[in-house]
Design a protein around this ligand. Structure first.
Ligand SMILES: CC(C)(COP(=O)(O)OP(=O)(O)OC[C@H]1O[C@@H](n2cnc3c(N)ncnc32)[C@H](O)[C@@H]1OP(=O)(O)O)[C@@H](O)C(=O)NCCC(=O)NCCS
Length: 179
């Protein structure tokens, strides 16, 4: 990959469910298996990325998934939620970034930046007043990424990974309406 201009951001369709499951599991394993027990990972992977769960998320009008595609290969993805689909009811006019993941070998090359810019554009189109997300307190790389993009911490909540209760820092960024 030479530059991020080779990458396309495309909306995930129902027929892409297998690819979505693959990239979802692969990036989750890469991100969290070093710091979590095998048992807890197994439980989360089975529940969080089951076909049933992905299908219901893909069918939800208030959730959207996007792939980052490089030469026909999916190398990252984004999931955003609005309205009732938000994992916590912040505000009906907010947009949540629930997932933003890039395969390890492609990290640090602005793929995450492209996915984030897609989320920002969606927030503007949907006239959301702010974007919010939860990030594991130990995921310093992601926290750095969000801070760089103008997010500030405003709260924290519990994320259940198997039997482990982890602290997620909640961050938000105000969205400027389209000029
Ligand atoms: C967080 C993540 C999506 C960022 O995507 P990315 O493609 O690696 O990031 P980008 O190349 O777009 O970098 C954008 C900024 O992020 C920060 N960043 C990127 N790589 C970094 C690293 N290795 N260490 C610290 N900060 C880094 C930098 O501030 C960077 O800006 P700069 O290059 O101008 O310094 C990606 O690293 C990832 O998928 N991580 C694993 C999954 C994850 O933790 N997701 C978030 C769950 S809440």
């Amino acid at each position: 990959m030479n530059t991020h201009t080779d990458i396309e951001i495309t909306q995930v369709k129902l027929t892409d469910i297998d690819l979505l499951q693959q990239i979802g599991k692969a990036t989750f394993i890469q991100t969290f298996s070093d710091t979590n027990t095998e048992e807890n990972m197994k439980t989360y992977l089975a529940e969080g990325f089951s076909k049933e769960k992905l299908l219901s998320e893909l069918c939800d009008n208030e959730s959207e998934f996007y792939f980052a595609v490089l030469k026909n290969d999916v190398i990252g993805y984004l999931k955003v939620n609005t309205g009732q689909a938000q994992t916590e009811q912040q505000c009906p006019q907010a947009l949540e970034i629930e997932r933003i993941y890039v395969l390890q070998e492609f990290q640090g090359r602005k793929v995450g930046q492209l996915l984030f810019e897609k989320a920002l554009a969606l927030a503007q189109i949907k006239a959301a007043s702010f974007i919010w997300l939860g990030v594991w307190e130990k995921n310093l790389r992601a926290i750095n990424f969000y801070q760089k993009n103008g997010f500030v911490a405003f709260d924290q909540h519990i994320f259940q990974l198997g039997d482990d209760k982890q602290i997620d820092i909640m961050m938000k960024k105000t969205v400027q309406p389209h000029a």
